[in-house]
Design a protein around this ligand. Structure first.
Ligand code: BGC
Length: 752
């Protein structure tokens, strides 16, 4: 028996929506649109380049005239209420119809108070914290003129070479969907409009090279890459951003199947879709037509707003005249944008997002409570990857803090921190010095540059900043570090990537720690003292050698403005680490892509083996990651009891409760992320070897034990076919509950 759930519900929803009486918003927009000229409608679809992403200032004064003429629907990358209020005033008081502008910005993981990069945030597995971070970011941005954020990015990503894995929540569709919901709720509760991006499949670029071709089966789209977007629609997200990549040979920006059939007709999305930066114009390079053709094709496919290209602005008029665009389609796109403005309250009060002024320097922005929360959340995002009785450190003796990431404030915020006060971020050495309160001696040496002189200097295309380089030679830096470290009892080595090495247009073909830093680590280890490796990174790195060299390894991603204090909190045990990985760490580059929810194949390799004849294997490495999805240590230890099921047969409207006892068997209070996975043993199509279906993060005092329960119903156990129908198939399932995706703690049940 096959149950097809989805299309029936969608049709019912469409039917009821079409029967409802006109709302106040509909009447308002009807009336406004009845006064608009075609040019004014086209203007609403236009999101021209406006501000400089670094300074936040207007790029050209021409924008004011265009706003006055009604040629602009929204603007982005302006910073500060003074400039935003001034331009809004022109729209409201000097344009013919006084339609307010939609002001956007990339507020990705904080505004002036910066939280960990999203990949780090997801490693907290704490969706309340994620929602809080979005709420605070929304509050700060919303007080400073911003009504619309180009966030969350909910692209599932399984290739760590792709620099933008730092902006997402990892490899798993279930977890990224929870993240997506939490982010959307947080922004909405703060009163700003989220823009869910990049729709879709952007995280699957071939070879992990940004903007590269994507080619994927529909089954994988629906089951792996789409769920976080669908979840955002269900949370009521009001805007989506089309991705740069192609899907079935047609760029998402002009992909009618994606933007209309899936997003609107299957999922019932009611908001508007904006292109990514010059997404329309880039379709000329993709090779699907000239500028006019691609612009009209995008509009007809269901794209409503044009970021930067000016293609819709330039060609809709002639498209209408030639009959290639219908007036209804223009009206529809214009209406969707006006509705977003209405829902934000901009028609009632166009200056509602401009509370901050010189006289009223909004007390929330970069406030102590916000920073305290950012510190707490950062500490929850760190993942303890190894600890052989070295951590937590004592606040006594002599501690040498060494490495190119030890004393740099600028590198703490991570990618896409456009509103951050980089100079006020807290560096690691500052955090450690303050934490020991004079009880320990803290020494510092830089030890090396981030990269050696021979290596290519990586320049951030996003922010135009170069990676800072010390004038001294690598040899001189190393000598100084060794002499400093030799005087210490313990060495904290702060190594990894510069923040510019991940993010947009920052793919790497090799994801090692740069050589010059590895050399420093090797020399430090030779001193024979305990070395704690504090790893800064925007993506999983290949660190097999380094992990073997040191007794303790803490992954801190880029923790945001309060990084230094948060890291010190964990190093000294004031906070017990509780983060778990949301992306697998490969042993080497050749294993990529590597993810826990893989298929079994017809010739699975036995675990731990790296060579068996005629198996799906490599001749030189096994198939397991260095650190798996869901993995992370604590200063305490947890013991899991066997999985107990309320029933071994699940059917119809029934539910199944799965429980384990969990005991904190160590000496510290600590939080554990309990994870539930299922394996659908037989399907009409092949199914992954494990799929995350639930998780809970709990605090247990030392010695305490508790029962952890999850409830599943048949609808949690289905999957999508290639047409997007959700199928629930009877059969046998394994259900696992444990501390990571590698758990074998399982029971079986049958879905009838
Ligand atoms: C990025 C988007 C971003 C947009 C606006 C693009 O290059 O892909 O993620 O929101 O720029 O800054």
């Amino acid at each position: 028996m096959k149950q097809i759930v989805y299309p029936v519900l969608a049709l019912a929803a469409l039917f009821f929506a079409s029967c409802s009486p006109k709302s106040e918003m509909d009447r308002f927009v009807d009336q406004l649109m009845s006064k608009m000229t075609v040019e004014e409608k086209i203007g609403q679809l236009n999101l021209p380049v406006t501000g400089d992403i670094v300074t936040g200032e207007l790029k050209s004064s021409d924008v004011s005239n265009r706003v006055r003429e009604g040629e602009v629907g929204g603007l982005f990358n302006l910073k500060g209420t003074e400039s935003i209020r001034a331009i809004q005033k022109i729209a409201v008081e000097e344009s013919r119809l006084g339609i307010p502008l939609l002001i956007g910005m990339d507020v990705i993981h904080g505004y002036e108070t910066v939280f960990p990069i999203p990949l780090g945030l997801s490693c907290s597995w704490d969706m309340e914290a994620v929602e809080k971070m979005a709420f605070i970011s929304g509050q700060e941005a919303g007080a400073d003129g911003i009504a619309w954020t180009f966030s969350p990015m909910v692209d599932v990503a399984r290739d760590p070479r792709w620099g933008r894995v730092s902006e997402g929540a990892g490899e798993d569709p279930f977890l990224v969907s929870q993240f997506s919901r939490a982010m959307v709720r947080g922004y909405q509760n703060a009163g700003i409009l989220p823009c869910v991006k990049h729709f879709a499949l952007y995280g699957a670029a071939e070879g992990g090279r940004d903007y590269n071709t994507v080619d994927m089966s529909r089954g994988r789209m629906y089951n792996v890459y789409f769920p976080p977007f669908k979840a955002a629609v269900e949370e009521g997200a009001g805007s989506f951003m089309a991705s740069f990549n192609e899907i079935d040979g047609v760029p998402a920006t002009a992909n009618r199947w994606l933007l209309t059939d899936v997003l609107r007709n299957q999922w019932g999305f009611k908001g508007f879709v904006v292109s990514d930066y010059t997404g329309i114009l880039e379709m000329v390079d993709h090779g699907i037509g000239n500028f006019e053709q691609v612009s009209l094709r995008a509009l007809n496919a269901g794209l409503d707003m044009d970021m930067v290209s000016e293609g819709l602005f330039t060609y809709i008029r002639t498209g209408l005249e030639k009959g290639e665009i219908s007036p209804e389609r223009l009206d529809q796109a214009c209406r969707r944008i006006l509705e977003a403005k209405y829902k934000l309250g901009l028609f009632q009060d166009p200056y509602k997002f401009c509370r901050r002024s010189k006289e009223n320097p909004d007390s929330l922005i970069f406030s102590d409570p916000h920073r305290a929360l950012a510190r707490k959340i950062a500490a929850e995002s760190f993942v303890l990857l190894k600890n052989e009785s070295v951590l937590p450190l004592k606040k006594s003796g002599t501690i040498a803090v060494v490495g190119p990431l030890a004393s740099t404030r600028e590198n703490m915020a991570g990618t896409w921190s456009v509103a951050a006060r980089l100079g006020e971020c807290r560096s690691l050495v500052e955090g450690i010095r303050d934490a020991v309160e004079g009880k320990a001696k803290v020494l510092y040496a830089k030890g090396s540059n981030l990269m050696s002189d021979e290596q290519l200097e990586i320049r951030s295309t996003t922010f135009g900043r170069t990676i800072p380089r010390d004038g001294r030679s690598d040899e001189a830096l190393l000598r100084e570090a060794l002499s400093t470290a030799s005087r210490a009892d313990v060495i904290v080595a702060a190594l990894g990537e510069a923040s510019e090495m991940s993010g947009e247009s920052s793919s790497r073909s090799c994801i090692d720690i740069p050589d010059v830093q590895v050399r420093l680590l090797e020399e430090l280890v030779k001193l024979g003292k305990p070395v704690v490796l504090v790893l800064f990174n925007g993506r999983p790195l290949t660190i097999q050698r380094e992990a073997a060299m040191v007794p303790a390894l803490l992954d801190v991603w880029f923790g945001g403005s309060e990084s230094g204090d948060a890291i010190a909190d964990v190093l000294f045990g004031d906070v017990n680490p509780s983060g778990k990985l949301t992306m697998s760490f490969p042993k080497n580059m050749g294993q990529i892509p590597i993810y826990y929810a893989h298929k079994n194949t017809g010739r699975p390799l036995e675990k731990g083996k790296w060579f068996q004849k005629f198996r799906s294997n490599y001749l030189d490495v096994d198939n397991e990651p260095l650190f798996p999805f869901g993995y992370g240590l604590s200063y305490t230890s947890f013991e899991y009891g066997p999985v107990q099921l309320s029933t071994e047969k699940l059917s119809g409207s029934g539910t199944l409760t799965a429980s384990v006892t969990l005991k904190n068997t160590g000496e510290y209070d600590g939080k554990e992320v309990v994870q539930l996975y299922v394996r659908d043993l037989v399907g009409s199509v092949t199914r992954p070897v494990k799929e995350l279906k639930g998780f809970q993060k709990l605090l247990l005092k030392a010695g305490e034990s508790t029962t952890v329960s999850f409830t599943l119903s048949p609808s949690d156990l289905g999957f999508y076919d290639a047409e997007g129908n959700y199928l629930i198939e009877p059969g046998d399932f394994q259900l696992f509950i444990g501390p990571s995706s590698e758990t074998q703690n399982a029971a079986t049940f049958t879905l009838e």
